[in-house]
Design a protein around this ligand. Structure first.
Ligand SMILES: [Zn+2]
Length: 282
């Protein structure tokens, strides 16, 4: 799917705030049997800039949550933003892809910033599944409470499925990972880019149709891969949510930010096909 909107393109950045070296292939991908191959995970927030507008996609997690969940932060998400001279007051809007702890922490640090979420994710995060550790264990009660406060203050927009936020920027419900995960489609100088977040944790998920282990609905998750491929201009316009390959595939905006920030609207340094063979579903 290609397009050439007349509006100005967005700049898009991935900011890495931490990494987990522990995951093994059998722990994160369904059907991988006893494969103990390492499968490290990077953790990102994303920034979109156009003129004076700045949109933040996802929030990462608090230092207190990192300590309780036995995670190490390389830098807090706010410190990651500061590497680009950005602070909460500079953020015009926040899009949260889903409410897992590693995407929705620290809402309180943005007291006046409007937030965009899928209505189905809000319903999911306040529904019966939250009492089940295998599903609710990925959510933080305090994050959901902060969102309820935002809702009552008129600072939370609940989207239904696909919605255009502004020219060249839209959100799209993709089922499977949670009750209401959304992805971001953004117009850039090299075409339509899709921030897949956890609709595809790694390139191998979407390119080889291999479902992620911790998935609410496997069928919707698999159908979501086809939707991702349709929304992006090519597989080199798809940005998975946790793949360390992203930091290799895209250059930093300046040498000082190597390994911390990747500029996603820049031309990729290699095609993902050179590293991950594509296998269509059957
Ligand atoms: Zn995640």
């Amino acid at each position: 799917m290609t397009g050439s909107p007349t509006h100005e393109p967005w700049e898009v950045y991935a900011l890495k705030y931490t990494r987990n070296d522990k995951p093994r292939r059998m722990d994160v991908m369904l059907g991988e049997g006893g494969s103990t191959d390492p499968m490290p995970m990077d953790y990102f927030i994303w920034v979109l800039c156009r003129g004076s507008r700045t949109v933040l996609v996802d929030l990462g997690f608090h230092a207190q949550v990192a300590a309780r969940r036995n995670r190490v932060l390389l830098r807090t998400p706010l410190e990651a933003l500061a590497t680009m001279d950005l602070h909460p007051a500079n953020i015009d809007d926040i899009v949260i892809t889903h409410l897992h702890f590693d995407h929705a922490g620290g809402i309180d640090q943005f007291p006046d910033t409007p937030i965009h979420l899928q209505a189905s994710e809000m319903a999911f995060a306040t529904g019966a599944c939250m009492a089940m550790p295998a599903i609710g264990g990925f959510y933080e009660e305090d994050d959901v409470k902060e969102l309820v406060r935002k809702l009552f203050r008129g600072q939370l927009t609940l989207h239904e499925g696909d919605d255009v936020l502004e020219p060249g920027l839209s959100v799209h419900w993709i089922g499977g990972h949670t009750g209401g995960t959304q992805v971001i489609r953004v117009w850039t100088r090299r075409g339509w880019l899709v921030l897949a977040s956890d609709a595809s944790h790694y390139f191998v998920n979407v390119l080889q149709r291999r479902p992620f282990m911790w998935t609410y609905n496997v069928g919707d998750h698999l159908l979501g891969f086809e939707r991702l491929l349709a929304l992006a201009d090519s597989t080199d316009h798809l940005i998975p949510g946790h793949d360390p390959l992203v930091m290799e595939q895209y250059p930093p905006p300046c040498a000082d930010l190597q390994g911390i920030v990747a500029r996603l609207d820049a031309d990729p340094l290699f095609s993902v096909h050179d590293r991950i063979p594509v296998q269509a579903g059957r």
